[in-house]
Ligand binder design. Structure first.
Ligand SMILES: Nc1nc2c(ncn2[C@@H]2O[C@H](COP(=O)(O)OP(=O)(O)O)[C@@H](O)[C@H]2O)c(=O)[nH]1
Ligand SMILES: [Mg+2]
Length: 263
């Protein structure tokens, strides 16, 4: 059974390019300003020579909603629908971001998807693209790791890569062929080191109870013989986390919760 690996991140970060790089083919469509971003999640199979098969899920780009302040609700809902539909479970999350700037929205998207939706139950790694021009691609992480740490992003691993071969030379080779080859090794190595051998399978009902809302019966405090049972909906931990960690207002967090409830 293939291992489900979810590739997520903002539109244009390089998700489809990295899937092509790992699969060694050009199956996933690369986005451009003209054709915009993937809207639906698509799977791409990769059979590793070690015998393990991976299904890489190319997902809808997490664009910045409302000027980067609020994570994009529809894209988050799509990610949620995807994880709930994968009955074989999920083995790894790969967050793709483009150097050099660590956007505010990236931090929130990471927290929202990894910690709130996936309950920190699935290992998550980061791939930083756009580093083909660096003398030493990995130095980028050393220079920037404190920024991630201080914002609460603690990936299980990272890969500093190039998702592009760059311009073609006259002799048919490409400017960044070497960097591209190294990037493939790094990406596949990272995936193989970190995927969960026992995939995580979210249970829909429990998930709602924990994340979005808790229903409970309250009997009030008066001991009347005709005690009225009252079922109340109380916001779950996830809603609190959205407010605290993603700086959402009460209203925004509840709206996202309601949207997730509807599925
Ligand atoms: N310079 C550079 N461009 C890249 C890199 N990875 C992807 N791109 C380009 O960025 C654009 C968006 O890439 P794509 O893979 O479609 O991003 P997605 O929207 O996250 O799937 C395309 O023009 C790619 O060729 C990279 O590492 N460096
Ligand atoms: Mg894409």
């Amino acid at each position: 059974m293939p291992q489900n690996i979810i590739i997520f991140g903002e539109c244009g970060a390089g998700k489809s390019s990295l899937i092509n790089l790992m699969c060694g083919s050009s199956l996933a469509a690369i986005s451009s300003a003209a054709n915009g971003c993937t809207l639906h999640a698509s799977p791409y199979m990769y059979h590793d020579p070690s015998g393990t098969s991976f299904k890489f899920w190319d997902t809808a780009g997490l664009n910045e909603g409302e000027g980067g302040r609020v994570p994009n609700v529809e894209a988050i809902v799509r990610l949620y629908q995807l994880i709930m539909s994968l009955h074989d479970g999920i083995s790894l999350l790969v967050f793709v971001m483009r150097a050099p700037r660590i956007k505010d929205a990236s931090v929130k998207n990471w927290i929202l998807f990894r910690e709130i939706i996936c309950r920190s139950q699935v290992p998550a790694v980061i791939a930083v693209t756009g580093l083909e021009g660096e003398y030493n691609m990995d130095a980028w992480w050393t220079q920037n790791q404190n920024t991630f740490r201080s914002q609460g992003i603690n990936p299980a691993d990272h890969a500093c890569v190039s998702g592009t071969r760059g311009k073609q030379n006259r002799n048919g080779t490409h400017k960044y062929d070497d960097e591209y080859g190294q990037s493939r090794e790094k990406m596949l190595g990272m995936v193989k080191r970190h995927y969960l051998r026992q995939p995580w399978r979210p249970h829909r009902v429990e998930w709602f109870r924990e994340v979005v809302s808790v229903s409970y019966e309250s009997r009030g405090w008066c001991r009347s013989p005709r005690e009225k049972k009252e079922i109340r909906q109380v916001a779950g931990q996830g809603i609190e986390q959205l407010k605290r960690q993603c700086a959402m207002s009460d209203d925004e967090a509840r709206k996202l919760g309601e949207r997730l409830m509807k599925g």
